[in-house]
Design a protein around this ligand. Structure first.
Ligand code: PHE
Ligand code: FE
Length: 287
């Protein structure tokens, strides 16, 4: 996501973008992408929102090797007007929002090391491109991401970035969506992780709670382990409506008077889909 302001690193443009330098990837790096891709491609059908699979297809992301951002952007541009641009790592908040507001998705170009196949904290090209880009080919989700960027610029001016970041976390990164009687994955942090794809959908540990904007903005999150609570939207249309049609300024002001909620809190007012056992979080603590 983002970090506080500073000047661009050496070799980066003023907006922090760099060239992907696609030809510099080694055969081993392409092969690692292919391995990660094959594992998720086998796991996700039936578990992920259909728009994600459509995105992979439309963008021809099943071609072997790390995608070339230029060619990927051409397809994406035709479809929803989005582009993928390379950055050296986390970019300052304002720039991150500005890129999104202009339909540019910033992606890391490096790929994890083979020993990090299951877990890494910093987003790499597999997380950023496999995880995030397919849904940018969906017109509704594409609009949500742009609106989020515009909302970020506003939140920055209102000193409310932390609250808005929780919305990103619990939707764009770790969101679940209702699908008939069941649930499907759509958050990039989940779909780019083999283990969390299973955990988020099938494990009895986490809470799964119906999405509520105010509720989400009050809820802390963890970055070091699987989420203890996932929020479930009814559809991308619903998410877009709930966020675009609400003026967040009075919300931010009202939330100043409310306490933050812990990562595993369940409220009497929550629309509970699954009340988690939290067995996973407990077992991690005992380790
Ligand atoms: N409606 C929000 C605001 O008033 C902007 C926004 C839209 C934020 C969509 C996030 C997602 O700031
Ligand atoms: Fe991400």
């Amino acid at each position: 996501m983002a970090q506080p302001a500073s000047s661009p690193p050496e070799g980066a443009a003023a907006d922090w973008t760099i060239s992907q330098d696609w030809s510099a990837y080694t055969a081993a790096e392409h092969a690692l992408w292919d391995r990660l891709f094959a594992r998720q491609a086998a796991l996700l059908p039936g578990r992920v929102a259909p728009q994600f699979l459509e995105g992979l297809d439309i963008l021809r992301m099943d071609r072997p090797g790390i995608p070339d951002f230029g060619r990927l952007s051409e397809r994406l541009m035709q479809r929803t007007g989005w582009q993928v641009v390379a950055v050296p790592g986390l970019v300052p908040d304002r720039l991150f929002f500005e890129h999104l507001a202009n339909r540019r998705f910033v992606a890391g170009r490096f790929i994890r090391r083979p020993d990090q196949i299951d877990y890494l904290q910093e987003p790499d090209v597999f997380h950023d491109v496999f995880g995030h880009v397919p849904l940018l080919a969906d017109p509704v989700f594409a609009d949500y991401m742009q609106a989020y960027g515009q909302g970020g610029l506003r939140a920055d001016a209102l000193g409310a970035i932390d609250r808005l970041a929780r919305l990103y976390w619990y939707t764009v990164e770790f969101g679940l969506v209702r699908d008939g009687g069941g649930l499907k994955l759509y958050g990039a942090g989940i779909v780019s992780s083999h283990a969390e794809s299973l955990f988020a959908l099938e494990d009895p540990s986490p809470n799964r709670i119906g999405f509520d904007l105010r509720r989400v903005m009050r809820t802390r999150y963890r970055i070091d382990d699987y989420q203890q609570t996932y929020f479930v939207i009814d559809s991308f249309d619903d998410l877009l409506r709930a966020t675009v049609e609400t003026d967040f300024a009075p919300l931010y002001a009202a939330l100043e008077q409310r306490s933050d909620l812990d990562i595993d809190t369940v409220l009497p007012t929550d629309r509970i889909i699954t009340r988690g056992t939290q067995a996973h979080a407990r077992s991690r603590k005992e380790e």
